[in-house]
Design a protein around this ligand. Structure first.
Ligand SMILES: C[S@@+](CC[C@H](N)C(=O)[O-])C[C@H]1O[C@@H](n2cnc3c(N)ncnc32)[C@H](O)[C@@H]1O
Length: 352
């Protein structure tokens, strides 16, 4: 019965794509595209944060309402919207620039409480997987792709002596500095604006702990990224990586669709619409993150573990536990979530 609903969800996602293409073959109805993308994203995303199984029937009903919305829309590829297109397009020279801008924009939306709560999230994930965090006490740490230094802050709160955070988005680094200004934790965090691939060789074997939270799957060469993690670690140092993983449920298909829908829509324009609809800041961040990151690898779990081993890591431990919105936990608890999403992200603690 539920399998049937899942099939219908896949089918409805195809139908949405078809309807949008019919209505807007030239990619000019930015509002319609962004609104539909947002609605699809929320249909899947809202249930992931509830303390109960997701309801595939509700997801299906939400997706059908998107089709109704498209059908009722008076929009029909209006060539007049082309004028503003020129204003937005051409802002970014390449993928990296686009990503730097995206993260600067997106991360600034995190509330102060959410920002300072990162340590709890990090610690809960580790503890719920039966990992002891005492290795962080007094540790010299590196946070690769630090964003606004959420996890760098977490490491200090959990006892690290000092953290170096690096990110190639200047907007992110500036925002991190603004948020940490005047805090005790901020004094123990050094922020570097730069590409992690180009991290100085002086940093080789300089750290007891290296964190790569959500960055490896956005890199053009993920293996090279893992090699940076490895070379910066001291012998017996530990590393943490969180990456997206392949799964069969309709979740990744929905993400693929929202990426297609928003492809012709300039990031700045989509951001304006999404934040207009938004009540809590981070959801618009999440959606933009999924829609607009130019590179979004999804790794096969076996491949990723083999690669970690090939890079040189040992004692590679998968985080079996998590917090309630982590797919690994939800899939254990709820069959419906297993079918709708599957395990969409994987986390590892490993040693050099
Ligand atoms: C999903 S965010 C994660 C941020 C942070 N680790 C966290 O969990 O809060 C990915 C970050 O990696 C950064 N990034 C991507 N590629 C990078 C590179 N080659 N060098 C440095 N930073 C990079 C992006 O700018 C972005 O801030």
């Amino acid at each position: 019965m539920r399998q049937n609903v899942i099939k219908q969800i896949f089918y409805t996602l195809d139908e949405i794509e078809h309807h949008i293409l019919q209505k807007d073959s030239r990619g000019q109805c930015w509002d319609l595209r962004t609104t539909c993308a947002y609605r699809i994203f929320r249909a899947f995303d809202i249930p992931r944060f509830r303390l109960e199984p997701a309801d595939p029937n509700q997801v299906l009903a939400d997706l059908r309402s998107v089709i109704e919305y498209i059908e009722q829309s008076p929009m029909n590829g209006d060539p007049q919207t082309l004028g503003s297109n020129q204003v937005f397009h051409g802002c970014f020279q390449n993928d990296a620039e686009r990503m730097q801008y995206l993260y600067g924009l997106a991360w600034s939306q995190l509330s102060r409480d959410q920002y300072f709560d990162a340590a709890r999230l990090f610690a809960d994930r580790m503890r719920n997987s039966n990992f002891d965090l005492s290795f962080l006490r007094g540790a010299e740490c590196l946070d690769l792709g630090t964003g606004i230094a959420r996890y760098a802050l977490a490491m200090i709160q959990l006892g690290a002596q000092h953290v170096v955070g690096i990110d190639f988005s200047l907007e992110c680094i500036q925002e991190a500095k603004r948020r940490l200004k005047g805090s005790e934790e901020g004094k123990l965090i050094t922020l570097i604006h730069g590409d992690l691939y180009e991290l100085s060789r002086d940093r080789d074997q300089a750290f007891d702990f290296v964190c790569a939270n959500g960055v490896i799957h956005h890199l053009p060469d993920p293996v090279k990224g893992l090699q940076v993690v490895f070379r910066c670690l001291r012998k017996s140092g530990k590393a943490f990586a969180f990456v997206f993983s392949q799964s069969d449920g309709p979740w990744w298909r929905s993400i693929e669709l929202i990426r297609k829908l928003t492809a012709p829509v300039p990031l700045q324009y989509a951001h304006k619409i999404v934040t207009f609809y938004e009540v809590q800041g981070t959801k618009s961040f999440n959606m933009l993150d999924y829609c607009y990151t130019p590179i979004q690898h999804k790794f096969d779990r076996k491949w990723f573990e083999q690669t970690l081993s090939d890079v040189g890591f040992r004692d590679i431990r998968f985080l079996e536990g998590g917090v309630i919105h982590d797919s690994v936990l939800r899939c254990k608890l709820f069959e419906a979530d297993r079918e709708l999403y599957g395990i969409t992200e994987i986390r590892y603690l490993m040693e050099k």
